[in-house]
Design a protein around this ligand. Sequence first.
Ligand code: ADP
Length: 504
Amino acid sequence: MWSPSARFSALALLAIVAPATIVAVLGYVSIRQWGASSELLYREQARDMATMAADKVETTLRRTEDAFLDRVQALLQSSAPLSGALDELLAGTPLIRRLYLIRPRGELVSPRAWQDSDQDILGPLVSAGAMRRLAREGKREVFANNHVCLALLTKRGGEPVVAAFLRDTDTLRREILETTLGALESSTIIAVLDHEGRTVYSRAPIGDAQRLLSVEFREELPDWRLTVYQAPGASPRQAVRRQVMLFTGALGVLVVVIAAGIVATWRLMRRETEMARLKSDFVANVSHDLKTPLSVIRMFGETLEMGRVTDEGRRQEYYRVITREGERLSRLIDNVLDFSRIEGGRQTYSMTPTAVEPLIRATLEAFEYPLAQQGFKVAVSVAADLPEVTMDADAVQQALANLIDNAFKYSGDDRELTIDARAAAGWLVITVSDRGVGIAPEEQAKIFEKFYRVGRSDTQGRRGSGVGLALVRHIAEAHGGSVTVESAPGEGSRFSLRLPLGGS
Ligand code: ADP
Protein backbone atom coordinates (compact mmCIF):
# COMPACT_ATOMS: atom_id res chain seq x y z
CA MET A 1 0.00 0.00 0.00
CA TRP A 2 1.09 3.55 -0.61
CA SER A 3 2.10 5.67 2.35
CA PRO A 4 0.13 8.92 2.89
CA SER A 5 3.10 10.99 1.71
CA ALA A 6 3.46 8.91 -1.45
CA ARG A 7 -0.28 9.29 -2.06
CA PHE A 8 0.06 13.01 -1.52
CA SER A 9 2.95 13.23 -3.99
CA ALA A 10 0.99 11.34 -6.61
CA LEU A 11 -2.05 13.52 -6.03
CA ALA A 12 0.02 16.71 -6.16
CA LEU A 13 1.51 15.49 -9.40
CA LEU A 14 -1.91 14.92 -10.89
CA ALA A 15 -3.57 18.02 -9.49
CA ILE A 16 -0.82 20.57 -10.06
CA VAL A 17 1.92 19.33 -12.32
CA ALA A 18 -0.38 17.85 -14.96
CA PRO A 19 -2.47 21.05 -15.46
CA ALA A 20 0.74 23.10 -15.35
CA THR A 21 2.18 20.97 -18.13
CA ILE A 22 -0.99 21.36 -20.21
CA VAL A 23 -0.92 25.13 -19.67
CA ALA A 24 2.75 25.18 -20.63
CA VAL A 25 2.18 23.22 -23.83
CA LEU A 26 -0.89 25.27 -24.82
CA GLY A 27 0.93 28.51 -24.00
CA TYR A 28 3.92 27.48 -26.05
CA VAL A 29 1.82 26.40 -29.03
CA SER A 30 -0.27 29.59 -29.00
CA ILE A 31 2.83 31.78 -28.75
CA ARG A 32 4.30 29.96 -31.74
CA GLN A 33 1.09 30.45 -33.74
CA TRP A 34 0.87 34.03 -32.73
CA GLY A 35 4.51 34.45 -33.78
CA ALA A 36 3.86 32.96 -37.22
CA SER A 37 0.75 35.07 -37.88
CA SER A 38 2.32 38.27 -36.63
CA GLU A 39 5.32 37.66 -38.88
CA LEU A 40 2.95 37.30 -41.83
CA LEU A 41 1.03 40.41 -40.88
CA TYR A 42 4.23 42.34 -40.39
CA ARG A 43 5.44 41.39 -43.88
CA GLU A 44 2.11 42.30 -45.46
CA GLN A 45 2.13 45.66 -43.75
CA ALA A 46 5.71 46.27 -44.78
CA ARG A 47 4.85 45.42 -48.42
CA ASP A 48 1.83 47.75 -48.44
CA MET A 49 3.91 50.49 -46.95
CA ALA A 50 6.71 49.97 -49.51
CA THR A 51 4.28 50.02 -52.47
CA MET A 52 2.69 53.18 -51.17
CA ALA A 53 6.07 54.81 -50.60
CA ALA A 54 7.24 53.94 -54.13
CA ASP A 55 4.01 55.40 -55.56
CA LYS A 56 4.48 58.54 -53.59
CA VAL A 57 8.05 59.01 -54.84
CA GLU A 58 6.94 58.54 -58.43
CA THR A 59 4.00 60.90 -58.11
CA THR A 60 6.15 63.63 -56.58
CA LEU A 61 8.83 63.20 -59.23
CA ARG A 62 6.31 63.18 -62.06
CA ARG A 63 4.55 66.22 -60.71
CA THR A 64 7.81 68.20 -60.47
CA GLU A 65 8.92 67.20 -63.96
CA ASP A 66 5.46 67.76 -65.49
CA ALA A 67 5.37 71.25 -64.03
CA PHE A 68 8.79 71.90 -65.51
CA LEU A 69 7.82 70.55 -68.96
CA ASP A 70 4.58 72.58 -68.91
CA ARG A 71 6.64 75.71 -68.40
CA VAL A 72 9.05 74.74 -71.21
CA GLN A 73 6.07 74.07 -73.46
CA ALA A 74 4.66 77.48 -72.58
CA LEU A 75 7.97 79.11 -73.46
CA LEU A 76 8.08 77.25 -76.80
CA GLN A 77 4.64 78.59 -77.62
CA SER A 78 5.48 82.17 -76.74
CA SER A 79 7.20 84.60 -79.04
CA ALA A 80 9.72 85.72 -76.41
CA PRO A 81 13.41 84.86 -76.90
CA LEU A 82 13.95 81.33 -75.65
CA SER A 83 17.43 81.02 -74.24
CA GLY A 84 17.31 83.57 -71.40
CA ALA A 85 13.93 82.35 -70.21
CA LEU A 86 15.09 78.71 -70.32
CA ASP A 87 18.24 79.50 -68.29
CA GLU A 88 16.07 81.18 -65.70
CA LEU A 89 13.69 78.23 -65.59
CA LEU A 90 16.58 75.75 -65.20
CA ALA A 91 18.10 77.84 -62.41
CA GLY A 92 14.78 77.57 -60.56
CA THR A 93 14.49 73.82 -61.09
CA PRO A 94 17.52 72.17 -59.43
CA LEU A 95 16.19 68.66 -60.19
CA ILE A 96 16.91 69.27 -63.90
CA ARG A 97 20.62 69.57 -64.46
CA ARG A 98 20.53 70.23 -68.21
CA LEU A 99 17.89 70.60 -70.91
CA TYR A 100 18.26 70.12 -74.67
CA LEU A 101 15.50 70.93 -77.13
CA ILE A 102 16.12 68.91 -80.27
CA ARG A 103 14.47 68.87 -83.70
CA PRO A 104 13.43 65.43 -85.04
CA ARG A 105 16.43 65.39 -87.37
CA GLY A 106 18.81 65.87 -84.46
CA GLU A 107 19.44 69.65 -84.74
CA LEU A 108 19.65 71.54 -81.48
CA VAL A 109 17.03 74.25 -80.88
CA SER A 110 18.52 75.14 -77.51
CA PRO A 111 21.19 75.51 -76.35
CA ARG A 112 23.40 76.14 -79.28
CA ALA A 113 25.91 73.39 -78.56
CA TRP A 114 26.18 70.05 -76.71
CA GLN A 115 28.05 70.05 -73.46
CA ASP A 116 30.56 67.39 -72.33
CA SER A 117 29.63 64.05 -73.83
CA ASP A 118 25.88 64.67 -73.78
CA GLN A 119 25.61 64.26 -77.54
CA ASP A 120 26.98 60.70 -77.28
CA ILE A 121 24.25 59.79 -74.81
CA LEU A 122 21.34 61.81 -76.16
CA GLY A 123 22.06 61.74 -79.91
CA PRO A 124 21.22 58.07 -80.43
CA LEU A 125 18.13 58.35 -78.24
CA VAL A 126 16.52 61.08 -80.32
CA SER A 127 15.76 59.07 -83.41
CA ALA A 128 12.74 59.21 -85.71
CA GLY A 129 11.51 55.97 -84.12
CA ALA A 130 11.68 57.48 -80.67
CA MET A 131 9.76 60.51 -81.92
CA ARG A 132 7.02 58.29 -83.27
CA ARG A 133 6.84 56.32 -80.05
CA LEU A 134 6.63 59.48 -77.99
CA ALA A 135 3.96 60.86 -80.32
CA ARG A 136 2.00 57.64 -80.13
CA GLU A 137 2.15 57.01 -76.39
CA GLY A 138 2.16 60.66 -75.45
CA LYS A 139 4.32 60.24 -72.41
CA ARG A 140 7.83 60.66 -71.24
CA GLU A 141 10.50 58.04 -71.52
CA VAL A 142 13.33 57.50 -69.11
CA PHE A 143 16.72 56.22 -70.16
CA ALA A 144 20.30 55.88 -69.01
CA ASN A 145 19.47 54.40 -65.66
CA ASN A 146 16.97 57.07 -64.87
CA HIS A 147 19.27 59.96 -65.54
CA VAL A 148 17.80 61.04 -68.86
CA CYS A 149 14.19 61.82 -69.77
CA LEU A 150 12.66 62.48 -73.15
CA ALA A 151 9.34 64.20 -73.80
CA LEU A 152 7.63 65.44 -76.94
CA LEU A 153 6.72 69.13 -77.04
CA THR A 154 5.53 71.38 -79.87
CA LYS A 155 7.04 74.65 -80.97
CA ARG A 156 5.01 77.62 -82.06
CA GLY A 157 3.67 76.77 -85.44
CA GLY A 158 3.18 73.08 -84.61
CA GLU A 159 6.73 71.86 -85.19
CA PRO A 160 7.53 68.89 -82.84
CA VAL A 161 10.53 69.24 -80.56
CA VAL A 162 12.04 66.67 -78.24
CA ALA A 163 12.83 67.93 -74.76
CA ALA A 164 15.72 65.83 -73.39
CA PHE A 165 16.72 66.59 -69.84
CA LEU A 166 19.20 65.21 -67.37
CA ARG A 167 18.19 64.69 -63.78
CA ASP A 168 20.41 65.81 -60.93
CA THR A 169 20.85 62.75 -58.68
CA ASP A 170 21.79 64.76 -55.58
CA THR A 171 18.65 66.87 -55.84
CA LEU A 172 16.58 63.78 -56.56
CA ARG A 173 17.90 62.22 -53.36
CA ARG A 174 17.49 65.36 -51.27
CA GLU A 175 14.25 66.84 -52.53
CA ILE A 176 12.28 63.85 -53.71
CA LEU A 177 13.47 60.73 -51.87
CA GLU A 178 14.36 62.28 -48.57
CA THR A 179 11.27 64.47 -48.27
CA THR A 180 8.91 61.69 -49.29
CA LEU A 181 10.45 58.66 -47.59
CA GLY A 182 11.96 60.43 -44.60
CA ALA A 183 8.51 61.45 -43.39
CA LEU A 184 7.10 57.91 -43.35
CA GLU A 185 6.28 56.47 -39.97
CA SER A 186 7.75 53.01 -39.73
CA SER A 187 10.20 51.12 -37.57
CA THR A 188 11.80 49.67 -40.68
CA ILE A 189 14.70 51.09 -42.70
CA ILE A 190 13.64 52.16 -46.20
CA ALA A 191 16.26 52.44 -48.88
CA VAL A 192 16.34 53.10 -52.63
CA LEU A 193 18.78 50.95 -54.61
CA ASP A 194 19.86 51.64 -58.18
CA HIS A 195 20.00 49.15 -61.07
CA GLU A 196 23.30 47.77 -59.74
CA GLY A 197 22.06 47.42 -56.19
CA ARG A 198 23.94 50.45 -54.88
CA THR A 199 22.22 52.47 -52.23
CA VAL A 200 21.03 55.81 -53.63
CA TYR A 201 19.21 56.74 -50.48
CA SER A 202 18.65 55.13 -47.08
CA ARG A 203 16.62 56.44 -44.18
CA ALA A 204 19.09 55.10 -41.61
CA PRO A 205 22.41 53.24 -41.80
CA ILE A 206 21.65 49.74 -43.04
CA GLY A 207 24.51 48.12 -41.12
CA ASP A 208 23.63 44.51 -40.36
CA ALA A 209 19.90 45.08 -40.78
CA GLN A 210 18.11 42.22 -42.46
CA ARG A 211 16.53 42.69 -45.92
CA LEU A 212 12.81 42.16 -45.64
CA LEU A 213 11.45 42.85 -49.14
CA SER A 214 11.79 44.95 -52.30
CA VAL A 215 9.29 46.60 -54.63
CA GLU A 216 10.01 48.03 -58.04
CA PHE A 217 9.32 51.57 -59.16
CA ARG A 218 7.39 51.98 -62.40
CA GLU A 219 7.78 54.46 -65.28
CA GLU A 220 9.60 57.22 -63.45
CA LEU A 221 12.45 55.18 -62.01
CA PRO A 222 12.55 51.87 -63.92
CA ASP A 223 15.23 49.39 -62.72
CA TRP A 224 15.41 51.05 -59.34
CA ARG A 225 13.93 49.38 -56.30
CA LEU A 226 12.61 50.44 -52.98
CA THR A 227 13.92 48.01 -50.36
CA VAL A 228 12.74 47.57 -46.79
CA TYR A 229 15.18 46.43 -44.11
CA GLN A 230 14.53 45.32 -40.61
CA ALA A 231 16.65 46.70 -37.80
CA PRO A 232 18.37 43.91 -35.78
CA GLY A 233 16.14 42.63 -32.98
CA ALA A 234 13.01 44.34 -34.32
CA SER A 235 11.40 41.42 -36.09
CA PRO A 236 8.25 39.81 -34.71
CA ARG A 237 10.10 36.50 -34.77
CA GLN A 238 12.65 37.89 -32.35
CA ALA A 239 9.90 39.46 -30.25
CA VAL A 240 8.24 36.05 -30.13
CA ARG A 241 11.53 34.44 -29.19
CA ARG A 242 11.80 36.91 -26.32
CA GLN A 243 8.24 36.11 -25.30
CA VAL A 244 8.96 32.39 -25.44
CA MET A 245 12.03 32.89 -23.27
CA LEU A 246 10.04 34.99 -20.81
CA PHE A 247 7.24 32.46 -20.77
CA THR A 248 9.66 29.56 -20.32
CA GLY A 249 11.44 31.43 -17.53
CA ALA A 250 8.18 32.23 -15.75
CA LEU A 251 7.03 28.65 -16.16
CA GLY A 252 10.36 27.39 -14.86
CA VAL A 253 10.01 29.59 -11.77
CA LEU A 254 6.42 28.36 -11.36
CA VAL A 255 7.48 24.74 -11.62
CA VAL A 256 10.31 25.31 -9.12
CA VAL A 257 7.91 27.03 -6.70
CA ILE A 258 5.35 24.24 -7.07
CA ALA A 259 8.04 21.59 -6.67
CA ALA A 260 9.40 23.37 -3.59
CA GLY A 261 5.86 23.57 -2.20
CA ILE A 262 5.29 19.87 -2.81
CA VAL A 263 8.63 18.95 -1.24
CA ALA A 264 7.92 21.19 1.78
CA THR A 265 4.42 19.74 2.24
CA TRP A 266 5.73 16.24 1.74
CA ARG A 267 8.39 16.86 4.40
CA LEU A 268 5.78 18.29 6.71
CA MET A 269 3.58 15.27 6.18
CA ARG A 270 6.49 12.94 6.77
CA ARG A 271 7.27 14.80 9.97
CA GLU A 272 3.65 14.58 11.03
CA THR A 273 3.60 10.86 10.29
CA GLU A 274 6.86 10.43 12.17
CA MET A 275 5.47 12.50 15.04
CA ALA A 276 2.32 10.38 15.15
CA ARG A 277 4.49 7.26 15.29
CA LEU A 278 6.71 8.78 17.99
CA LYS A 279 3.66 9.75 20.01
CA SER A 280 2.23 6.27 19.91
CA ASP A 281 5.68 4.92 20.87
CA PHE A 282 5.68 7.42 23.70
CA VAL A 283 2.40 6.14 25.08
CA ALA A 284 3.61 2.54 24.86
CA ASN A 285 6.95 3.41 26.48
CA VAL A 286 5.44 5.39 29.33
CA SER A 287 2.90 2.65 30.03
CA HIS A 288 5.69 0.11 30.10
CA ASP A 289 7.81 2.38 32.32
CA LEU A 290 4.92 2.76 34.74
CA LYS A 291 4.10 -0.90 34.81
CA THR A 292 7.56 -2.28 35.54
CA PRO A 293 8.34 -0.37 38.76
CA LEU A 294 4.74 -0.82 39.90
CA SER A 295 4.90 -4.60 39.56
CA VAL A 296 8.29 -4.63 41.36
CA ILE A 297 6.80 -2.55 44.19
CA ARG A 298 3.77 -4.79 44.39
CA MET A 299 5.79 -7.97 44.38
CA PHE A 300 8.23 -6.82 47.06
CA GLY A 301 5.40 -5.23 49.11
CA GLU A 302 3.37 -8.42 49.03
CA THR A 303 6.38 -10.54 49.98
CA LEU A 304 7.07 -8.29 52.94
CA GLU A 305 3.41 -8.19 53.89
CA MET A 306 3.25 -11.94 54.06
CA GLY A 307 6.07 -11.86 56.59
CA ARG A 308 8.02 -14.45 54.72
CA VAL A 309 11.29 -12.52 54.81
CA THR A 310 12.80 -13.14 58.17
CA ASP A 311 16.31 -11.92 57.47
CA GLU A 312 16.59 -8.24 58.48
CA GLY A 313 19.29 -7.55 55.87
CA ARG A 314 17.09 -8.85 53.06
CA ARG A 315 14.14 -6.91 54.38
CA GLN A 316 16.15 -3.72 54.31
CA GLU A 317 17.13 -4.45 50.73
CA TYR A 318 13.48 -4.97 49.75
CA TYR A 319 12.59 -1.62 51.31
CA ARG A 320 15.35 0.03 49.34
CA VAL A 321 14.11 -1.55 46.12
CA ILE A 322 10.61 -0.29 46.83
CA THR A 323 11.92 3.21 47.57
CA ARG A 324 14.12 3.21 44.46
CA GLU A 325 11.32 2.08 42.21
CA GLY A 326 9.00 4.63 43.84
CA GLU A 327 11.55 7.36 43.09
CA ARG A 328 11.82 6.17 39.55
CA LEU A 329 8.04 6.34 39.22
CA SER A 330 7.98 9.88 40.64
CA ARG A 331 10.69 10.97 38.23
CA LEU A 332 8.86 9.50 35.31
CA ILE A 333 5.56 11.08 36.30
CA ASP A 334 7.30 14.43 36.95
CA ASN A 335 8.89 14.23 33.54
CA VAL A 336 5.61 13.53 31.80
CA LEU A 337 3.69 16.18 33.75
CA ASP A 338 6.38 18.83 33.24
CA PHE A 339 6.60 17.94 29.61
CA SER A 340 2.87 18.35 29.16
CA ARG A 341 3.02 21.69 31.04
CA ILE A 342 5.82 22.85 28.75
CA GLU A 343 3.91 21.73 25.65
CA GLY A 344 0.85 23.63 26.88
CA GLY A 345 2.99 26.70 27.67
CA ARG A 346 2.03 26.45 31.34
CA GLN A 347 5.41 25.69 32.86
CA THR A 348 6.76 28.35 35.23
CA TYR A 349 10.12 28.55 36.94
CA SER A 350 10.94 30.17 40.24
CA MET A 351 14.49 31.41 40.29
CA THR A 352 16.50 31.53 43.51
CA PRO A 353 20.23 31.67 44.19
CA THR A 354 21.31 28.08 44.68
CA ALA A 355 24.55 26.43 45.79
CA VAL A 356 25.68 24.08 43.05
CA GLU A 357 27.51 21.30 44.91
CA PRO A 358 24.68 20.36 47.31
CA LEU A 359 22.28 20.32 44.38
CA ILE A 360 24.46 17.87 42.46
CA ARG A 361 24.99 15.65 45.50
CA ALA A 362 21.27 15.59 46.32
CA THR A 363 20.43 14.60 42.74
CA LEU A 364 23.03 11.88 42.75
CA GLU A 365 21.79 10.50 46.06
CA ALA A 366 18.63 9.20 44.44
CA PHE A 367 20.78 7.09 42.10
CA GLU A 368 23.30 5.95 44.68
CA TYR A 369 21.79 2.55 45.26
CA PRO A 370 21.17 1.51 41.65
CA LEU A 371 24.55 2.89 40.60
CA ALA A 372 26.32 0.98 43.36
CA GLN A 373 24.32 -2.13 42.61
CA GLN A 374 25.30 -2.00 38.95
CA GLY A 375 28.94 -1.48 39.90
CA PHE A 376 29.25 2.03 38.52
CA LYS A 377 32.40 3.98 39.21
CA VAL A 378 31.12 7.43 40.10
CA ALA A 379 33.36 10.52 40.17
CA VAL A 380 32.10 13.96 41.11
CA SER A 381 34.27 17.03 40.84
CA VAL A 382 32.92 20.44 41.63
CA ALA A 383 35.14 23.53 41.44
CA ALA A 384 35.64 24.90 44.91
CA ASP A 385 35.10 28.57 44.08
CA LEU A 386 31.69 28.22 42.44
CA PRO A 387 29.31 31.01 43.43
CA GLU A 388 25.62 30.50 44.03
CA VAL A 389 23.77 30.44 40.76
CA THR A 390 20.25 31.79 40.25
CA MET A 391 18.08 28.95 39.03
CA ASP A 392 14.95 26.96 39.54
CA ALA A 393 16.63 24.30 41.68
CA ASP A 394 13.91 21.67 41.17
CA ALA A 395 14.01 22.08 37.42
CA VAL A 396 17.82 21.92 37.22
CA GLN A 397 17.79 18.89 39.50
CA GLN A 398 15.28 17.27 37.19
CA ALA A 399 17.49 18.04 34.19
CA LEU A 400 20.53 16.58 35.94
CA ALA A 401 18.55 13.53 37.02
CA ASN A 402 17.59 12.91 33.40
CA LEU A 403 21.22 13.15 32.29
CA ILE A 404 22.37 10.81 35.09
CA ASP A 405 19.52 8.40 34.38
CA ASN A 406 20.52 8.31 30.71
CA ALA A 407 24.19 7.70 31.58
CA PHE A 408 22.99 4.85 33.78
CA LYS A 409 20.61 3.43 31.16
CA TYR A 410 22.89 3.67 28.16
CA SER A 411 26.08 2.24 29.68
CA GLY A 412 27.37 -1.15 28.68
CA ASP A 413 30.12 -3.00 30.48
CA ASP A 414 32.24 0.07 31.01
CA ARG A 415 30.32 1.56 33.91
CA GLU A 416 31.66 4.97 34.71
CA LEU A 417 29.79 8.11 35.56
CA THR A 418 31.63 11.40 35.91
CA ILE A 419 29.99 14.65 36.95
CA ASP A 420 31.98 17.80 36.71
CA ALA A 421 30.92 21.36 37.51
CA ARG A 422 32.94 24.48 36.90
CA ALA A 423 32.67 28.07 35.82
CA ALA A 424 33.84 28.99 32.33
CA ALA A 425 33.56 32.38 30.63
CA GLY A 426 30.47 33.49 32.51
CA TRP A 427 28.77 30.09 32.47
CA LEU A 428 28.21 27.36 34.98
CA VAL A 429 29.03 24.20 33.05
CA ILE A 430 27.88 20.88 34.49
CA THR A 431 29.00 17.87 32.46
CA VAL A 432 27.68 14.36 32.84
CA SER A 433 29.90 11.78 31.10
CA ASP A 434 29.64 8.06 30.65
CA ARG A 435 31.53 5.40 28.78
CA GLY A 436 28.40 3.79 27.41
CA VAL A 437 26.94 3.01 24.01
CA GLY A 438 27.45 6.51 22.61
CA ILE A 439 25.42 8.29 19.95
CA ALA A 440 26.06 8.38 16.19
CA PRO A 441 26.83 11.92 14.87
CA GLU A 442 23.69 12.06 12.69
CA GLU A 443 21.52 11.33 15.75
CA GLN A 444 23.08 13.91 18.03
CA ALA A 445 20.84 16.80 17.03
CA LYS A 446 17.69 14.70 16.94
CA ILE A 447 17.92 13.24 20.47
CA PHE A 448 16.84 16.60 21.92
CA GLU A 449 13.57 16.50 19.98
CA LYS A 450 10.50 15.38 21.84
CA PHE A 451 9.67 11.66 21.66
CA TYR A 452 12.83 10.93 19.71
CA ARG A 453 14.66 7.75 20.76
CA VAL A 454 17.66 6.30 18.97
CA GLY A 455 16.76 2.93 17.52
CA ARG A 456 13.51 2.88 19.55
CA SER A 457 12.99 1.19 22.88
CA ASP A 458 12.01 -2.19 21.54
CA THR A 459 15.24 -2.62 19.60
CA GLN A 460 17.48 -0.96 22.16
CA GLY A 461 15.84 -2.80 25.02
CA ARG A 462 16.20 0.13 27.39
CA ARG A 463 13.31 1.87 29.03
CA GLY A 464 12.54 5.47 28.27
CA SER A 465 9.85 7.85 27.08
CA GLY A 466 11.87 10.02 24.67
CA VAL A 467 11.01 13.27 26.44
CA GLY A 468 13.93 13.38 28.92
CA LEU A 469 16.40 15.34 26.78
CA ALA A 470 13.64 17.56 25.33
CA LEU A 471 12.90 18.52 28.90
CA VAL A 472 16.58 19.10 29.68
CA ARG A 473 16.88 21.38 26.69
CA HIS A 474 13.75 23.29 27.62
CA ILE A 475 14.95 23.78 31.20
CA ALA A 476 18.40 24.91 29.98
CA GLU A 477 16.91 27.39 27.54
CA ALA A 478 14.40 28.70 30.07
CA HIS A 479 17.46 29.66 32.16
CA GLY A 480 19.07 31.35 29.16
CA GLY A 481 21.48 28.45 28.82
CA SER A 482 21.92 25.40 26.60
CA VAL A 483 22.65 21.71 26.53
CA THR A 484 25.09 20.06 24.13
CA VAL A 485 26.46 16.60 23.54
CA GLU A 486 29.79 15.19 22.45
CA SER A 487 29.68 11.51 21.75
CA ALA A 488 31.06 8.69 19.66
CA PRO A 489 29.37 5.30 19.25
CA GLY A 490 30.92 2.73 21.56
CA GLU A 491 32.98 5.30 23.42
CA GLY A 492 30.49 7.08 25.59
CA SER A 493 28.76 10.44 25.75
CA ARG A 494 29.36 13.73 27.44
CA PHE A 495 26.42 16.07 28.00
CA SER A 496 27.16 19.67 29.01
CA LEU A 497 24.50 21.76 30.69
CA ARG A 498 25.33 25.47 30.57
CA LEU A 499 23.59 28.00 32.78
CA PRO A 500 24.50 31.67 32.93
CA LEU A 501 26.47 32.69 36.02
CA GLY A 502 26.14 36.33 35.35
CA GLY A 503 24.93 38.58 38.18
CA SER A 504 21.29 37.51 37.90
P1 ADP B 1 14.78 8.28 26.75
O1 ADP B 1 13.62 8.31 27.62
O2 ADP B 1 14.62 7.40 25.56
O3 ADP B 1 16.07 8.10 27.44
P2 ADP B 1 15.81 10.91 26.20
O4 ADP B 1 15.16 12.10 25.60
O5 ADP B 1 16.38 11.05 27.54
O6 ADP B 1 14.78 9.75 26.08
O7 ADP B 1 16.94 10.46 25.21
C1 ADP B 1 16.70 10.35 23.85
C2 ADP B 1 17.59 9.30 23.21
O8 ADP B 1 18.94 9.76 23.25
C3 ADP B 1 17.61 8.02 23.94
O9 ADP B 1 16.58 7.16 23.48
C4 ADP B 1 18.97 7.44 23.65
O10 ADP B 1 18.93 6.72 22.46
C5 ADP B 1 19.82 8.67 23.44
N1 ADP B 1 20.66 8.97 24.61
C6 ADP B 1 20.40 9.86 25.61
N2 ADP B 1 21.39 9.88 26.51
C7 ADP B 1 22.31 8.99 26.08
C8 ADP B 1 23.58 8.55 26.60
N3 ADP B 1 24.10 9.01 27.75
N4 ADP B 1 24.25 7.59 25.89
C9 ADP B 1 23.74 7.10 24.75
N5 ADP B 1 22.56 7.48 24.21
C10 ADP B 1 21.84 8.41 24.89
